[in-house]
Design a binder for this molecule. Structure first.
Ligand code: AP5
Ligand code: MG
Length: 215
């Protein structure tokens, strides 16, 4: 499965819920890149300047990163079939081609549809856990203790790209390079209204994925 949506649409938030409810390996390329930057790896060094200014990391870097990651055991079901949830990949048509070339075309693409003005408010107020990736929001999803992750007690951060300039750039990049994927995946697209409370969004996603009606 693929989670598709603009920056701040709620991909990471929905992914955490899907992991808990349907038990699937969650691959967030943004989280993977931030971990690489923190660890000072070669990929991290290549990626950092693109990420900080809200631009996309080059396709060849991203395709190599994902190709290596999906070959690991936790991306296979017990019967040996591919089973993982992509969040933030593919983000360009060439990245989608790279999945197809490897026989990894998605069974379902969950598209979180959220208006731009809502997105800007979500991103400026987001605080993220750098250790486990859980997203919080100062108004919409505050942590129990100020600045501390509810899940792993990591120290929450305000991402460098969650400032007004990079947010605008990320939205432009999304419109130009990622939004065409909605059309590309029309046959397997599950469109979800992402402008609802987080629990309602997750409920709608679970209903779409499992084919049952929302409660
Ligand atoms: P990435 O980390 O993937 O960033 P993004 O796509 O911009 O998405 P976000 O993580 O910002 O948002 P999200 O949809 O996960 O929303 P969240 O659940 O956190 O990528 C970062 C960078 O890495 C890119 O800019 C690029 O440079 C690079 N990169 C990554 N993948 C790449 C690729 N494939 N190719 C090239 N470059 C790549 O929610 C946002 C906020 O809203 C949170 O505060 C949350 O608490 C709140 N919230 C969520 N849902 C709701 C709700 N229903 N109601 C109210 N608030 C909500
Ligand atoms: Mg995310």
């Amino acid at each position: 499965m693929i989670l598709l949506g603009a920056p701040g649409a709620g991909k990471g938030t929905v992914a955490k819920g899907l992991v808990d409810h349907v038990g699937v390996t969650h691959l967030s390329t943004g989280d993977m890149l931030r971990a690489a930057v923190k660890a000072g790896t070669e990929v991290g060094k290549q990626a950092q300047s693109f990420m900080d200014r809200g631009a996309l990391v080059p396709d060849e870097v991203m395709v190599a990163l994902i190709a290596e990651r999906v070959s690991q055991d936790d991306c296979l079901s017990e019967s040996g079939a591919n089973r993982f949830l992509l969040d933030g990949f593919p983000r360009t048509l060439p990245q989608a081609d790279a999945l197809d070339e490897r026989g990894l075309g998605p069974q379902a693409v969950i598209y979180l549809d959220v208006p731009t003005d809502i997105i800007v408010r979500r991103l400026t107020g987001r605080r993220s856990c750098p250790d486990c990736g859980t997203p919080f929001h100062v108004d919409f999803k505050p942590p129990k203790a100020d600045g501390v992750c509810d899940v792993c007690e990591g120290t929450l951060v305000h991402r460098a790209d969650d400032q007004e300039g990079p947010i605008r750039k990320r939205l432009d990049t999304y419109t130009a390079q990622t939004a065409p994927l909605v059309q590309r995946y029309a046959d397997v697209l599950l469109t979800i209204d992402g402008n609802q409370a987080p629990g309602a969004v997750l409920e709608a996603v679970l209903a779409a994925v499992t084919g049952r009606s929302p409660e």
